[in-house]
Design a binder for this molecule. Sequence first.
Ligand SMILES: C[S@@+](CC[C@H](N)C(=O)[O-])C[C@H]1O[C@@H](n2cnc3c(N)ncnc32)[C@H](O)[C@@H]1O
Length: 342
Amino acid sequence: MEQATVQDSDADAVMLRMIWGVHISRAVYVAAELGIADLLADGPMSSKQLALITRTHEPSLYRVLRLLGALGVFSHDPPDHFGLTSLGGRLRSNAPAGMRQWALVLDTVGGVRPFEHILDSVMTGRPGFDRAFGTGMFEFLARNPEKATVFDAAMSERTAAIAASVADAYDFSDTNTVVDVGGGNGVLMVGLLQRHRHLQGVLFETPEVAARTRAILQNADITNRCEVIAGDFFEQVPAGADCYLLANVLHDWDDSRAVEILRNCRRSMADKGKVVIIERLIPEDASDPVPTLLSDLNMLVFTGGQERTNIQYEQLLKSAGLKLAAVQTVAFPYGVFIGLPA
Ligand SMILES: C[S@@+](CC[C@H](N)C(=O)[O-])C[C@H]1O[C@@H](n2cnc3c(N)ncnc32)[C@H](O)[C@@H]1O
């Protein structure tokens, strides 16, 4: 038999990580759920101490931490002490650039259950989520407020990481009123209104999210410049504004639904209005496409939406009576697409 080459054994290791990628994902989830990174914030601890505080089975917790140690999420001082690395610091609650909510979000939308149907999604184009739960993801969240709160927090955490770059990148000097369509808990809106003191804001959301966002925003220093309105963006969006923001919204929907949302913005906008679309880019240069392409599979399986190329965004805008005026990169992997009346 021929000897395996070095490249073969490298390929084995890389392929094994991919085959068992779910283990890594679930181990990170365990650490996030148990708040391990917060517990290690003041210094290393043993797995025994961590198990005592988290009321877990120490030998099993140890095995999860050992894997995460080998992956660089925690430092591992044998036999059983673990510390925080800068990578693991991303799992701290409320840390700058923290990603703990993001590590928890999969469980709020069914864990791996929707992904059990990915082959069906590939064969039919239908979201695995609908197969697993018999309903769309946003309907499911509307009926499960506790899960929806975690979902909203994860969206806010991710959008907080790009809000400043959007607020800085785009020139809002000729804009008076911004409608944030599907604006979640208002992280982007707050960032824009704090940075551009002349702007008035309207955050438009489903009734359930709008109610939670009103409560969250009531103590923000921009409250008197921001109204929260409940509704359905497939019916209409608030009229008369000169800027309609769509951040992480169009990627949730297939082309015909995305065009409906854009048409409603087009119909409602003031003369000289515009849409500002903030979405992940599928890079045309040498930058890493994987973050966007992972998100793309989330859309395939969870909502039936998709990530799009610049040309695909241009086509969506065209179908809605708009034209693509500019594309600007902001914090990786995001871009801003400006659409003006055609
Ligand atoms: C992926 S989240 C993005 C939230 C926010 N724009 C951000 O970037 O963090 C999509 C948002 O669209 C809202 N949404 C879904 N269907 C909607 C509808 N029919 N009308 C209004 N908002 C809707 C959801 O409640 C959710 O907050």
